[in-house]
Design a protein around this ligand. Structure first.
Ligand SMILES: Cc1cc2nc3c(=O)[nH]c(=O)nc-3n(C[C@H](O)[C@H](O)[C@H](O)COP(=O)(O)OP(=O)(O)OC[C@H]3O[C@@H](n4cnc5c(N)ncnc54)[C@H](O)[C@@H]3O)c2cc1C
Ligand SMILES: Cc1ncc(C[n+]2csc(CCOP(=O)(O)OP(=O)(O)O)c2C)c(N)n1
Ligand SMILES: [Mg+2]
Length: 639
C-alpha cells in the first residue's frame, strides 16, 4: 500500500497500540498533523508547552506500563522537549518522541527552526534516529517502540524531515520489523553467580533487601515478597520503589536514603548482606560511598550491566531480568527467621517510630505533613484507587514519608533528574492512562508555577485531576539547605505567586483554599465531589524542615534528626524561630562539618567540630516569622 511518510507515522502508532499522543504543532511537523485528521482512533492532546507533552507521555507510561508518545516540531519545539526526555531517561521511563525536522536538503544550513536534535539528545535518550526518507520511517518507529520498552526502558526520539513526511512510498509493516543485531536486552545471569548468591543469602545473619524501581519494571513484587517471607528478610525501599512493596507489608521497613527513615539507614550500615533488587545505588540513597555499608557483602540483581559496580562494588552480580532471576533463586533459599537481627532493627526505631501526626492536637497551624497524612487517610478510607503524582522539593519528601502507598504505580515522581514542573503534566498523562482512578498532584508553590499553563490542557480536555499546592511561600527544599549549610542566608528562595484560587477560576476550573488542619477533610471532600480539575491552595507553615536528612556527602547514618527539644514544635512563643546550638545533637555538627568539607573543597571531611553556632538569619523580604506552635505532646512527632 502506497502512503505518505506522514500517514506511515500514524499507521505505525496505531499498530503499536497507541490511542493517545501528547503534542504541539509547527511547520516541520505539519504534514504529520495534517495526516492525523485521517486517524480519529488516535486522540491528540494539545499541550501548552512541549515540556508538558514529554511529562504527559512519561506520566502515561509510568501509570500504565505502556509506551507514552509525544510529538513536536523542529527547533524550539524539539528543544523544549529535552527536560522531559532527560527526566524519562533518568527514571527509565519508556517514551517515544517524534519531532519534525527541516527538509533533508536544508539540514546543516541553519535553516529556519533547524536544531540538531539528535545531537542534542544523544546523552538523554536510550537511542535516537534522524529519518530523511519515507521508506525508513516504519522501521525507525518500530525499533523506537521496541527499544523504549525492552531491557531497561527509556526514551527514544525519532526526528523525521519534512520531505520524508511529504513523500510517498510502499508501506509494509511486516518487513519493517526491528533489526538490531547489536542490541542485547535479554541478558542471562551466570549459573556460578546464582550459587554464590545463594550461599550468601543462606548464611547471612543480618540480611537486608534494597528494593527499587526495577521490581516494578520487572513485575516482580510477588517474588520479592516471597524471598522476604521465606528467609524473614527486612526490606528497605527507594523513593521510586515506594508502592512496589506495600507500605503495610510487615517486612517493609520504609524508605532509605537522604530523607529516609533513620532506622532504615542504620540497618543498612549494620547489615552483613545487602540484596539490591532493581535499584541503582543513587547518591541520594548511599550517602558517602567510602562509609557505605562497610560490613555488608553485596548482591546486585540488575538488568543493565553498566549499573553494576558503578557506584558500589558488589560481591555477586546477577545480570538479567529480576523476576526471572528470583524465580530461579527462590526454590533454593533456606527458611530462616533472624530474630536477633529483627530485634536490633526494632530497637533502632525507638521514638522515631512514633510519628502519628494525626494524633497531635490541632494547634491551628497547618503543616505539609498534616495535609499529606490526612490526604492519604481520607483517600484510603474512601477506598479510592488513587495515584499521587508529586513534583520536586520538600513536599515530595513529605509525600514519600506520610503517604502510605500500597500498590505499584500509585506514586509517580521525578527521582533521578528531580524535575520541578513535572507533576501537573505527568498527572494529566496518568489520568489519560487510568481514567477510572483518582489522580492527585502534590506540588510546591514553586514547581507549580513552572508548568501551571497545563491547567488549560486539563480544561480543554475536560479531564479531572486534583491539585494540592503545598504553598510555603518558599522554594522550600533549597531554603532548607540554606538553613543548614549557608547560615540561613535565604538568597532567592522566598517566592510569591498568583492567587491560586483565582488562577484556577481564570482557567474555568475550581479553586479552593485551606489554611487550617480542621478544614483539610472538607476541602478534600469538596475536591473529590467536583467534576472538573480542582486546584487547592494549602497554605502551610513557611519554614518547616524535612527531617531526617543526610547532608550530601555525609555517611548514611549521620542524619540530621529533629532536635529533641524542637523549639518550633514545643515553644509557646511567637518569636522568630531559631535553632539554639545547645540543643543540637552532636551528630548534626558532625554531619554538617563532614558535608561542608566535602562540598566546599572536595577534600576529606574535617574532624567533627563542636556544634556549630547557628546565627539568627537576616529577615528576608515577605517571609513572615516561623511560628512556634503545638503543645508538649508534639514530642512524639520526632523523626
Ligand atoms: C529532592 C530529592 C530527594 C531524594 N531523596 C531520596 C531519598 O531520600 N531516598 C531515595 O531512595 N531516593 C531519593 N531520591 C530519588 C533518587 O534520586 C533516585 O531517583 C532513586 O533513589 C532511584 O531509585 P531506584 O534506584 O529504585 O530507581 P531507578 O533509578 O529507576 O533504578 C532502577 C534500576 O533497576 C534496573 N532495572 C530496570 N528494569 C529491571 C528489570 N526488569 N530487572 C532488573 N533490574 C531492572 C534499572 O536498570 C535501574 O538500574 C530523591 C530525589 C529527589 C529529587
Ligand atoms: C527545574 C528545576 N529547577 C531547579 C531545581 C532545584 N530545586 C529543587 S527543590 C527546589 C524548590 C522547590 O520549591 P517548591 O516547588 O515550592 O517546593 P517546596 O520545596 O517548597 O515543597 C528547587 C528550586 C529543580 N529541582 N528543578
Ligand atoms: Mg514551596
Amino acid at each position: 500500500m502506497k502512503l505518505t511518510g506522514a500517514e506511515i507515522i500514524w499507521e505505525c502508532l496505531i499498530r503499536e497500540g497507541v490511542d493517545v499522543v501528547f503534542g504541539y504543532p509547527g511547520g516541520a511537523i505539519l504534514p504529520a498533523y495534517d495526516a492525523m485528521t485521517k486517524y480519529p482512533q488516535v486522540h491528540h492532546v494539545l499541550v501548552r508547552h512541549e515540556q508538558g507533552a514529554t511529562h504527559m507521555a512519561d506520566g502515561y507510561a509510568r501509570a500504565s506500563g505502556k509506551v507514552g508518545v509525544a510529538i513536536a516540531t523542529s527547533g524550539p519545539g524539539a528543544t523544549n522537549m529535552v527536560t522531559g526526555i532527560a527526566t524519562a531517561m533518568m527514571d527509565s521511563s519508556p517514551i517515544v518522541c517524534i519531532t519534525g525536522q527541516v527538509g533533508s536538503k536544508a539540514i546543516g544550513t541553519d535553516a529556519f527552526q533547524e536544531t540538531d536534535v539528535t545531537g542534542v539528545t544523544i546523552p538523554v535518550t536510550k537511542h535516537n534516529y534522524l529519518v530523511t526518507k519515507p521508506d525508513d520511517i516504519a522501521r525507525a518507529i518500530r525499533e523506537a517502540f521496541y527499544i523504549a520498552k525492552s531491557g531497561r526502558p527509556g526514551p527514544v526520539l525519532v526526528d523525521i524531515t519534512k520531505d520524508a513526511q511529504q513523500l510517498s512510498c510502499e508501506f509494509d509493516w511486516e518487513s519493517a520489523a526491528p533489526k538490531l543485531p547489536g542490541y542485547r536486552p535479554d541478558l542471562r545471569a551466570l549459573p556460578s553467580e546464582y550459587q554464590k548468591a545463594l550461599e550468601l543469602i543462606n548464611t547471612a545473619k543480618r540480611p537486608l533487601i534494597l528494593a527499587g524501581q526495577g521490581i516494578l519494571k520487572s513485575g516482580a513484587t510477588a517474588e520479592v515478597l516471597k524471598l522476604a517471607q521465606n528467609a524473614n528478610i527486612p526490606i528497605a525501599v527507594t523513593l521510586l520503589g515506594l508502592g512496589v512493596i506495600p507500605a503495610s507489608c510487615e517486612h517493609n521497613l520504609g524508605m532509605m536514603g537522604m530523607h529516609g527513615e533513620a532506622w532504615v539507614n542504620e540497618a543498612i550500615q549494620q547489615a552483613d548482606l545487602l540484596i539490591a533488587l532493581g535499584m541503582r545505588f543513587d547518591d541520594r540513597v548511599t550517602g558517602n560511598l567510602k562509609t557505605y555499608a562497610q560490613n555488608a557483602k553485596k548482591i546486585h540483581v540488575e538488568i543493565d550491566p553498566s549499573e553494576v559496580n558503578k557506584n558500589v562494588p558488589v560481591d555477586v552480580a546477577l545480570i538479567g531480568d529480576l523476576r526471572e532471576i528470583l524465580e530461579e533463586l527462590l526454590p533454593s533459599v533456606k527458611k530462616t527467621t533472624h530474630p536477633e537481627w529483627w530485634a536490633t532493627i526494632n530497637l533502632g526505631k525507638g521514638d522515631a517510630a512514633v510519628r502519628d501526626i494525626q494524633a497531635l492536637p490541632d494547634s491551628g497551624h497547618l503543616y505539609a505533613a498534616h495535609v499529606i497524612n490526612d490526604l492519604c487517610h481520607f483517600t484510603q478510607t474512601l477506598k479510592k484507587d488513587t495515584i499521587v503524582v508529586t513534583d520536586v522539593g520538600q513536599h515530595q519528601m513529605w509525600e514519600a514519608q506520610y503517604f502510605r502507598h500500597e500498590k505499584p504505580r500509585s506514586l509517580i515522581t521525578s527521582g533521578g533528574l528531580g524535575t520541578m514542573g513535572f507533576a501537573l503534566p505527568a498527572a494529566i498523562g496518568a489520568k489519560f492512562a487510568c481514567p477510572e482512578k483518582d489522580v492527585w498532584v502534590v506540588v510546591g508553590d514553586g514547581g507549580f508555577q513552572m508548568t501551571s499553563c497545563e491547567l488549560a490542557t486539563a480544561e480543554q480536555e475536560g479531564i479531572k485531576v486534583n491539585v494540592a499546592i503545598i504553598n510555603n511561600s518558599f522554594l522550600g527544599m533549597v531554603r532548607q539547605w540554606q538553613e543548614f549549610f549557608y547560615d540561613k542566608r535565604y538568597a532567592a528562595t522566598p517566592i510569591t505567586g498568583p492567587d491560586f484560587v483565582k488562577l484556577a477560576e481564570a482557567y474555568r476550573l475550581k479553586g479552593l483554599r485551606c489554611n487550617k488542619r480542621s478544614d483539610v477533610k472538607s476541602t478534600v471532600e469538596k475536591a473529590l465531589a467536583a467534576k472538573e480539575t480542582v486546584v487547592i491552595d494549602f497554605v502551610v507553615e513557611k519554614e518547616d524542615t524535612v527531617f531526617p536528612m543526610v547532608p550530601a556527602g555525609a555517611a548514611l547514618d549521620k542524619m540530621i534528626r529533629r532536635p529533641k527539644q524542637d523549639v518550633m514544635l514545643e515553644s509557646g512563643s511567637d518569636k522568630d524561630w531559631e535553632m539554639p546550638s545547645s540543643t543540637l545533637p552532636n551528630v548534626f555538627a558532625e554531619a554538617k562539618a563532614e558535608a561542608v568539607a566535602l562540598n566546599s573543597r572536595g577534600k576529606k571531611a574535617a574532624k567533627p567540630a563542636k556544634p556549630a553556632k547557628v546565627t539568627k538569619p537576616a529577615k528576608p523580604a515577605k517571609t513572615p516569622a516561623r511560628k512556634a506552635v503545638a503543645s508538649k505532646s508534639a514530642k512524639s512527632n520526632r523523626r
